[in-house]
Design a protein around this ligand. Structure first.
Ligand code: MG
Ligand code: MG
Length: 270
């Protein structure tokens, strides 16, 4: 059975465990972001995140993830035109870059999955706007994670938010259910139609992840077989949270203890 069809409902106790996974994941992202400055390599950011995971005795499900070659790191670090799945390495950050870090944490058998994008030093107005729109699109989607809504309501909210501001969402990579596996059903695209798709039920946990491009919806995979970049080389951004759907509304699980997000708009509350 393909992962898109494996939909699991979590108990409140399991959601609490996922919140712990998510909290550690947020701490790893904050640690990586905190060292980002010109001259630092993408491998350095990965190492900073890994140090947090090691402190808690947990690991990232990214490492060894099956693909054309097993994924070699605990995070994806994707710079500028790189949309997702960048392999951390020798690339040095420069003033004005925008960086996306995506990390996963397995804690007591459950996965937290989240990503942030941010600028290095002073960034251009267009880069700033892209980050703002991408993060806000994430929250627009999360606001639709209401019992009785459908997956299409989430997808359409993200798409409308992004496209009405003149940007593009990728059609090739999607959000997903998350639980004991990093990728479970349902698949949650960043485009869709309201009222369509799977009915949202309490106990579903979804990793929503708008991936936004300035110039094109088209992407290319680089020769390393993992890194995905915009086809036209234009800037891209990516934000992600793991969210539980509950009777009381959406609950973001990938936040720090004080409920703050690791993203730029830390403290956005629903
Ligand atoms: Mg992720
Ligand atoms: Mg994900």
């Amino acid at each position: 059975m393909s992962w898109e069809r494996q939909i699991t409902i979590k108990s409140p106790q399991e959601i609490e465990i996922m919140r712990q996974a998510g909290r550690i994941n947020a701490e790893a992202l904050v640690a990586a972001k905190s060292i980002a400055r010109p001259g630092v390599t993408t491998a350095d950011l990965n190492a900073a995140a890994e140090e947090v995971l090691r402190k808690y005795g947990v690991y990232s499900p990214f490492k060894g993830y099956p693909g054309p070659t097993p994924y070699p790191a605990s995070t994806n670090v994707s710079v500028n035109e790189e949309l997702v799945h960048g392999i951390p390495g020798k690339r040095k950050l420069k003033e004005g870059d925008i960086v996306s870090i995506d990390c996963g944490t397995v804690y007591e058998g459950f996965v937290g999955d989240s990503a942030i994008s941010f600028g290095v030093g002073e960034i251009s107005e267009s880069a700033r706007k892209l980050l703002e729109v991408t993060e806000a699109a994430l929250y627009a989607g999360i606001a639709q994670m209401i019992v009785g809504n459908r997956v299409g309501d989430i997808s359409a909210a993200v798409q409308q938010y992004v496209e009405s501001r003149g940007y593009y969402v990728t059609r090739e990579y999607t959000g997903h259910g998350v639980g004991r596996e990093m990728h479970e059903g349902p698949q949650v695209p960043n485009y869709g139609q309201p009222g369509r798709g799977l009915l949202l039920r309490p106990g579903m946990t979804i990793a929503l992840e708008p991936m936004v491009l300035i110039g094109t919806p088209m992407t290319r995979v680089m020769p390393d077989m993992w890194t995905v970049r915009s086809a036209d080389g234009s800037l891209t951004a990516h934000f992600e949270h793991t969210v539980a759907i509950t009777e009381n509304g959406p609950t973001i699980l990938t936040t720090l203890d004080d409920g703050q997000s690791a993203g730029r708009n830390a403290g956005v509350q629903l």
